[in-house]
Design a protein around this ligand. Structure first.
Ligand code: SRM
Ligand code: SF4
Length: 571
C-alpha cells in the first residue's frame, strides 16, 4: 500500500530507524520542556508520554508561558510481580523525580507522573538499574503481559506467572534503540540494519494487549484484551490454555464505527505452544490489521471485520497446526479478594485496597510510608492486581506479625473495611495529567461513591459487591463497559451512564443516560439500587437485574453496543 494512504504514524515508524527518531537530540535540547511531534509518538514505544498539567493550562496561557510539560513513565511489571527492592526503588524514584506518588495501573504496571524532560533519561536509566524496564510499556507493540496473581494455588500460579514472563520476553522489541538512548548502550556501527523478527520495521498497526487468567477469577478481564489465555487446571495441575482474541474497550463518542468488543474464545493450546500462539496472533494482526485508520486498527476490528472463524483459520495457517477445541471454564467474578489468605504452600498473602491505584501519603493516611517500611523487611514479593490494588504476597509465617504491626502503625490494616461497592470500583487517571480526559475520574469517583454509599447503606447492600468503574473519556482505561455500573466522561462534570455489564466481565453494558451531570447521579441510581435490594432474586447480580427489570437491554456483542441507546435513555 502506498505510504500516503497509511495513517501518519506508519510513516513516523518507517522513518524512525527502529524507534530512534531524533529522541536523543530532542532530550538534549533544554530550551523547551517538550519534544517534537514525531518523537512524542516514538517515545511511547520507550514507555513514556509527554503530558502537561491541565490544571495549570489557563494560567500559563494567560501569562504566555509554555504549557507545564512533564512526562509520564510507565514501568512494565510482567504478571504484576515486583520484589521488595524494586518497590523501594520505585518509591525512591517517585520522590526524587516524579510527583511523589506511584500509580498502580489497571494493567498491573507502575506509573510515574510529572517527570521533567531533563530528568527523563536518568529516571529511565535508574528504573533499569532496578531490573525493571519501560520498553514497550506503550506504543504499537505488545504491552505489559498481565497475569492473575492468584495465591491460592501457588504451584499453578508460579507456572502461569512464568508463562506470562516468557511471552513478555518473547514479544519485547529487539531494536537496540532503547539501550542506545536511555542506557548509554553503544551504538553499533554496522552496515546491517536492526532486525525485528516478529514485528518488522513498522511494528503493529496499534497497541496490543495480552492477559492470562486462572479461573474462576477473571480479575485480568480477559474479554477486554486483544489476546488472552485462560488457564485450564486439572487435578491442581496446569494442562494448557484456552485462547481468546479480539477484545477491547476504546471507542469515540458519537462514532458507531468504534465500539467496545468482547473477545471470542477460539481454541485451546498446550503450555509449550503458548509463546508460539502469541507470536502468530501478533503476526496475523501485523499483516491484516488496518494501517490506514488508527481508530479502526486494533485487533478487535480485524476479528470483527473478518469473523472469528476466519481469524482462527488464519492463525492455524500461521502456526502450521490447529488449535484444539475450547475446554470448559467458568469465571465467577473479576474483582479482588481482600484481606489475608493462606496459600497451599503455607505462605500468607494480604490484598490491600488502594483507591484509584494511587499510592501516596496524606496527613491522615501515610500509606506510602507504611508500604516503604514493609518493603524494607518483607521476605516475599508485591503483586499489582488488575484492579489497581496491591498484594503483599508470599509472607512467611514468621514475618507476618512484624508486617501486621507496621500495617497497624500506618493505619493500613483496615484498608479493605469499606463498602463492597467501593472495593469493586476502578477509576482511570484522567485529569490533570491525561491529555484525553473530558471529565474527572480518579479525583471524583471517591466522592461520588460516598454519595452512592448512603443509598447502598440504606438499602442494606453494604456487603453486596457491585462493580463500578469511571473513566474520564470513552477510551475505557478502567474497562467501564464491562462493569455493572459504568461512568464515562462526556464533558466537564458530565458522564454517560452505563448499566448491565456482567459481574465477571463477561457482558458489555448499555448506555442508560447520556451526558448526565455527576451531581445528579445519586438521584438517578437511587431508585434502581432500592428496586434491586427489594426485588432481586437469590444471588442475582446488579447488572443482571438491570437487564431483567428493563432498565437497559443486554448487549450481545460489540456492534450492537450502540443500539437502543435512545430507547434506553428514555426509560
Ligand atoms: Fe489507557 C490512552 C492511562 C489502561 C485504552 N491511557 C491512555 C493515555 C496514555 C492517554 C494518552 O494516550 O494520551 C492515558 C495516560 C493517563 C495518565 O495521565 O497516566 C492512559 N490506560 C491508562 C491507565 C494508567 C489507566 C489507569 O488509571 O490505570 C492504564 C495503564 C495500563 C498499563 O499499565 O498499560 C490504562 N487503557 C487501559 C485499558 C485497560 C486495559 O487494557 O485493561 C484500556 C482499554 C482496553 C483497550 O485497550 O481497549 C485503555 N488508553 C486506552 C485507549 C483506547 C484505545 C483504543 O482502542 O481506542 C487510549 C487512547 C489511544 O490509544 O489512542 C488510551
Ligand atoms: Fe485518559 Fe480517557 Fe484513559 Fe481516562 S480513559 S486515562 S481520560 S485516555
Amino acid at each position: 500500500m502506498a505510504e500516503e494512504k497509511l495513517a501518519a504514524n506508519e510513516g513516523i515508524k518507517i522513518r524512525s530507524n527502529y524507534l530512534r527518531g531524533t529522541i536523543k537530540a530532542g532530550l538534549a535540547d533544554l530550551s523547551t520542556g517538550s519534544m517534537c511531534e514525531d518523537d512524542q509518538q516514538l517515545l511511547k514505544f520507550h514507555g513514556t508520554y509527554q503530558q502537561d498539567d491541565r490544571d495549570l493550562r489557563a494560567n500559563r496561557r494567560k501569562h504566555k508561558l509554555e504549557k507545564a510539560y512533564s512526562f509520564m513513565i510507565r514501568i512494565r511489571v510482567p504478571g504484576g510481580v515486583a520484589t521488595p527492592r524494586q518497590w523501594l526503588e520505585t518509591d525512591r524514584l517517585a520522590t526524587q523525580f516524579a510527583n511523589g506518588t506511584i500509580k498502580l495501573t489497571t494493567r498491573q504496571a507502575f506509573q510515574f507522573h510529572g517527570i521533567i524532560k531533563s530528568n527523563l533519561k536518568r529516571t529511565i536509566a535508574e528504573i533499569n538499574q532496578a531490573a525493571l524496564d519501560t520498553i514497550a510499556a506503550c506504543g504499537d507493540v505488545n504491552r505489559n503481559v498481565m497475569c492473575n496473581p492468584n495465591p491460592h494455588l501457588s504451584s499453578v500460579h508460579a507456572e502461569v506467572l512464568k508463562v506470562s514472563q516468557r511471552i513478555s520476553d518473547h514479544l519485547t522489541p529487539a531494536t537496540r534503540a532503547y539501550h542506545e538512548i536511555w542506557l548509554d548502550g553503544e551504538k553499533i556501527e554496522s552496515s546491517e540494519e536492526d532486525v525485528e523478527p516478529i514485528y518488522g520495521k513498522t511494528y503493529l498497526p496499534r497497541k496490543f494487549k495480552i492477559t492470562i487468567a486462572v479461573p474462576p477469577s477473571n480479575d485480568v478481564d480477559i474479554f477486554a484484551h486483544c489476546l488472552s489465555f485462560i488457564a485450564i487446571v486439572e487435578k491442581d495441575k496446569l494442562v494448557g490454555f484456552n485462547v481468546a482474541v479480539g477484545g477491547g474497550m476504546g471507542m469515540t463518542h458519537g462514532s458507531d464505527l468504534t465500539y467496545p468488543r468482547l473477545a471470542d474464545v477460539i481454541g485451546y493450546c498446550t503450555v509449550d505452544q503458548v509463546s508460539d500462539v502469541a507470536e502468530k496472533v501478533v503476526m496475523v494482526q501485523r499483516d491484516y490489521g488496518d494501517r490506514t485508520e488508527r481508530k479502526h486498527a486494533r485487533l478487535k476490528y480485524t476479528v470483527d471485520d473478518h469473523g472469528a472463524d476466519w481469524f482462527l483459520a488464519k492463525l492455524n495457517q500461521y502456526l502450521g497446526y490447529d488449535l484444539g477445541p475450547v475446554r470448559d471454564f467458568n469465571f465467577e467474578d473479576n474483582g479482588d479478594r481482600y484481606g489475608w489468605v493462606e496459600g497451599d504452600d503455607g505462605k500468607h498473602h494480604l490484598t490491600l485496597f488502594i483507591q484509584g491505584g494511587r499510592v501516596l501519603d496524606t496527613p491522615n493516611y501515610p500509606m506510602r510510608s507504611g508500604l516503604r517500611e514493609i518493603a524494607k523487611i518483607h521476605d516475599g514479593d508485591f503483586r499489582l492486581t488488575a484492579n489497581q490494588n496491591l498484594m503483599i504476597a508470599n509472607v512467611s509465617l514468621e514475618m507476618r506479625p512484624a508486617i501486621e504491626k507496621l500495617l497497624e502503625e500506618y493505619g493500613i490494616k483496615d484498608s479493605h473495611l469499606k463498602s463492597a461497592l467501593r472495593l469493586n470500583s476502578l477509576a482511570c487517571v484522567a485529569l490533570p495529567t491525561c491529555g484525553l480526559a473530558l471529565a474527572e475520574a480518579e479525583r471524583y469517583l471517591p466522592d461520588l461513591l460516598g454519595e452512592l454509599e448512603e443509598v447502598i447503606e440504606e438499602a442494606g447492600l453494604r456487603h453486596d459487591a457491585i462493580t463500578v468503574r469511571m473513566t474520564g473519556c470513552p477510551n475505557g482505561c478502567a474497562r467501564p463497559y464491562i462493569s455493572e455500573i459504568g461512568f464515562v466522561g462526556r464533558s466537564p462534570g458530565c458522564y454517560n451512564v452505563y448499566l448491565g455489564g456482567g459481574f465477571a466481565g463477561q457482558r458489555l453494558s448499555k448506555m442508560f443516560r447520556e451526558n448526565f451531570p455527576g451531581e445528579q447521579i445519586k438521584d438517578l441510581l437511587a431508585p434502581i439500587i432500592r428496586h434491586y435490594a427489594k426485588e432481586r432474586k437469590v444471588s442475582e447480580r446488579f447488572g443482571d437485574f438491570c437487564i431483567r427489570a428493563g432498565y437497559v437491554a443486554a448487549t450481545v456483542q460489540g456492534k450492537d453496543f450502540h443500539e437502543n441507546v435512545h430507547v434506553a435513555a428514555a426509560v
